[in-house]
Write a protein that binds this ligand. Structure first.
Ligand SMILES: Cc1cc2nc3c(=O)[nH]c(=O)nc-3n(C[C@H](O)[C@H](O)[C@H](O)COP(=O)(O)OP(=O)(O)OC[C@H]3O[C@@H](n4cnc5c(N)ncnc54)[C@H](O)[C@@H]3O)c2cc1C
Length: 431
């Protein structure tokens, strides 16, 4: 593998998380928010515009968590498939969740346009390749359900025609969702940060919150730079949650997800491999997600981390081998970036807002937080200010604790082995 591979996200070339000037931590405020990713900022923006005094704390540079590291697919996807959810909860409940996914995705597009956030939003749609012929059949049934109940224009693309979507023979056809979009995740975050600061939010970067204690009349929030008295508290730490909230850590499993970027490829190669510049995915359990860079010159390719120790080049090599399986001509392609971040899963795979001992939480985005973290963060804020827009199907009970888990996901290698085995047996991913 070539030298010069950087461990920073590709996205940081255009929008590296900012080191904010240090401002004094105010001793009191209306709302203290822990976490300055999409969820925390989205909540803070709504609250500040409603006249509340808001301080946001992030132990890293704001955005340095998942919100500037992700693949940029704006989907509103729920990890549990629509058909599976109908079976588990009934049609009416499944429709509530899935309808909201559509409204949330469209809401994010409106928000980006209204706020004039330049984040390369591209409504290019998404093609998901079927890893097995049986997956293609299952996708066809899911597409029929989505179209019938939600008016989605999902379409099946048979293997004989898939080269119009992807220059690969790896898949057995696939499903096209023209309604999904891609964007530049770090630019989206950067724009949200600007809007929040303009609205009067005080954002304290590199300032960890070490504890929150409720006393009936409000909260004492301990931070690395002093104590704050807040009327209300929001926790929006998702995959980066730490031991400052051990109760939450037992409920969220941080799963590392890695992405690589190829060096720029010739325009004719890009046009052949990704002719419509769509977002791409697949039905394997250990699935990959991939896309062209917004300028169409590089391929960004993501998947689960496969090795747990080693040099950065070793991590990237495994993923590049996977890329070469789908596009054999890229088996030895030089890479420019290889980075990872944490995705937060809970036991029932539902993103949600909830309350515990007066503290409000927005978490559990299960790899689809570009839409959900923004949406759930704003819903939570509407709830706190008593706005009618607070209504959401995702206001739930707290997630259950994961059995035998205290915050160190010792079982991940075994889980990855298990999912790999299921792939070899032809199982379909819920994605
Ligand atoms: C590699 C990768 C690819 C992904 N691809 C996609 C995709 O294509 N589409 C999609 O929809 N989603 C994707 N996701 C998921 C998406 O990025 C997340 O769901 C979303 O960014 C979550 O936003 P958030 O605000 O909840 O959390 P984050 O952006 O992770 O922010 C949480 C913040 O909390 C801070 N924090 C934690 N503890 C403390 C503390 N004690 N004190 C102060 N601060 C603290 C952290 O520093 C962090 O900045 C991907 C994620 C990864 C990692």
């Amino acid at each position: 593998m070539a030298d010069g591979l950087t461990a920073d996200p590709y996205w940081w070339e255009a929008a590296e998380p900012r080191r904010l000037p240090e401002t004094p931590v105010a001793a009191a405020c209306d709302i203290a928010v822990v976490g300055a990713g999409y969820a925390g900022l989205s909540a803070a923006l709504v609250l500040a515009r409603a006249g509340r005094s808001v301080q946001v704390f992030d132990k890293l540079r704001p955005g340095e968590g998942a919100s500037s590291r992700n693949g940029g697919l704006a989907s509103g996807n729920i990890r549990m498939g629509f058909g599976e959810m109908i079976e588990a909860m009934g049609l009416e409940a499944a429709l509530r969740f899935y309808r909201e996914g559509k409204i949330a995705r469209e809401g994010l597009a409106d928000f980006i346009a209204t706020e004039k956030i330049e984040c390369d939003y591209q409504p290019v749609g998404r093609f998901v390749g079927a890893a097995q012929p049986s997956h293609y059949e299952a996708q066809g049934r899911e597409a029929d359900r989505l179209n019938k109940h939600l008016g989605t224009d999902a379409a099946m693309v048979p293997r004989s025609e898939q080269h119009r979507e992807i220059g690969s023979d790896f898949y057995h056809g696939g499903m096209l969702r023209p309604d999904l979009a891609g964007l530049h995740p770090a630019k989206l975050h950067d724009g949200m940060l600007d809007r929040a600061i303009e609205a009067g939010v005080t954002v304290h970067g590199e300032t960890a919150v070490t504890g929150i204690r409720g006393d009936g009349g409000g909260f004492e929030v301990e931070t690395a730079r002093g104590r704050v008295r807040a009327k209300q508290a929001i926790v929006a730490t998702n995959g980066y949650s730490d031991n400052s909230d051990r109760w939450l850590r037992r409920r969220l499993v941080p799963v590392p997800s890695r992405m690589i970027a190829t060096r720029p490829l010739p325009p004719e190669t890009m046009a052949r491999l990704m002719p419509k510049r769509r977002m791409l995915g697949e039905t394997r359990q250990l699935y990959h997600y991939f896309r062209p860079s917004p300028d169409g010159t590089q391929i960004l390719f993501g998947g689960r981390e496969r090795v747990w120790r080693g040099e950065k080049n070793e991590f990237a090599a495994g993923l590049r081998a996977d890329l070469g399986e789908i596009f054999p001509e890229l088996a030895d392609v030089p890479l420019s970036h290889s980075w990872y971040g944490f995705v937060a899963y809970n036991l029932d795979y539902l993103p949600r807002l909830f309350e515990r001992e007066g503290v409000h939480y927005a978490t559990g985005f299960c790899g689809s937080g570009v839409v959900w973290a923004w949406w759930i963060g704003s819903k939570l804020a509407f709830k706190l200010i008593g706005d009618a827009k607070a209504g959401t199907a995702f206001s739930c009970e707290p997630p259950s604790a994961v059995p035998f888990y205290t915050g160190t996901p010792w079982f991940l290698p075994a889980a990855l082995f298990w999912f790999g085995l299921r792939d070899r047996m032809g199982a379909i991913s819920k994605k």
